[in-house]
Design a protein around this ligand. Structure first.
Ligand SMILES: [Zn+2]
Length: 312
């Protein structure tokens, strides 16, 4: 090998070593960059990540808002249902609509296809309450259709329903006892009171509260002089402790007709009318049938009167 040749190969090796050093440094720098990137992204969000996180928070907030709206829709619907069940239907004398399936939740398999993940429970609960709401809306709409049909076809209902006060309210001294549990005014023990007691002077005229046929007119222990009217469609009304009775069983009476006079007969502590409304054999709160002329405010006023009269 000549000296020239030897010098040549030495230069080659030096170049090689230089290239190798550069590549190695580049590679090391890359490794360090990757390591720093991993460390930084573990403790700090990249701009993209924090934007995703922000979106996620926003979506969650929107979702909770949606659930709030479902809840308030449920509340509004339950108000409609209550009026349907306790005002319109009793007024028309018809039973509550029965669609039992409405209250059954759908099968779990309906929700099986929902994506798995952190928010699965939240989303599934949302779906379930929306489904519930949909079924209840269906029920309410069916029920109101029924009620509307009857209201159109059975206008005579409105003439028989016990819908007025049984005495002139200017003669009313006070409502001495409301419907519900109370301490017996004479015997002191707690007992169900099946009607309302309207205190008024002896001799105050007592009116039939709806068109009816007289079912009973006699003396009965406890009730004293008693009249019972049969209004049809499941409704009956009773007027007790009377001083006079003007009607006999079988008589037809019309709303507002005088059927007797307020008295103090039977188990009674002073002149008053005990008035009951029965629907299909069960007593109901007569106050609900005064709803045309009793506002919620005057109902609260009545309740106050009662509380005060019970303290005496
Ligand atoms: Zn009574």
């Amino acid at each position: 090998m000549s000296e020239v040749q030897q010098g040549h190969s030495g230069l080659k090796i030096q170049r090689w070593a230089k290239r190798y050093r550069i590549s190695f440094r580049l590679f090391a720098a890359l490794l360090i960059a990757v390591a720093i990137n991993i460390l930084v992204s573990t403790w700090f969000d990249t701009p993209k990540m924090s934007s995703i996180r922000r979106d996620n928070q926003h979506l969650k907030a929107q979702y909770h808002l949606l659930q709030e709206k479902i809840r308030s829709a449920e509340a509004a619907l339950s108000d409609v249902k209550h009026r349907d069940q306790f005002v319109y239907r009793p007024l028309l004398g018809i039973d509550t609509l029965s669609i039992p399936q409405v209250y059954l939740d759908y099968n779990d398999s309906k929700y099986a296809s929902l994506p798995e993940g952190e928010y699965n429970d939240m989303i599934e609960e949302g779906w379930r309450s929306l489904d519930r709401l949909t079924r209840e809306i269906y029920y309410a709409s069916r029920s109101l259709d029924d009620t509307q049909d009857l209201a159109e076809n059975k206008e005579e209902f409105s003439t028989v329903i016990p819908a007025i006060w049984p005495i002139d309210r200017t003669k009313l001294k006070r409502v001495s006892s409301l419907y519900g549990m109370r301490r017996h005014p004479r015997y002191g023990y707690w007992k169900m009171h099946d009607g309302v007691d309207l205190s008024a002077p002896k001799g105050t005229p007592v009116y039939a509260t709806g068109n009816a046929v007289v079912a009973e007119s006699h003396w009965e222990h406890g009730y004293g002089q008693l009249i019972e009217l049969n209004h049809g469609f499941g409704y009956r009304t009773r007027y007790a402790h009377l001083s006079k009775r003007y009607v006999s069983p079988g008589d037809s009476v019309t709303r507002g007709q005088v059927i007797g006079e307020v008295g103090n007969t039977g188990v009674s502590t002073g002149p008053h009318l005990h008035y009951e409304v029965c629907f299909r054999g069960y007593t109901t709160n007569p106050i609900h049938y005064f709803n045309k002329d009793v506002s919620p405010e005057s109902y609260i006023e009545l309740m106050k009167q009662i509380e005060e009269s019970m303290k005496k």
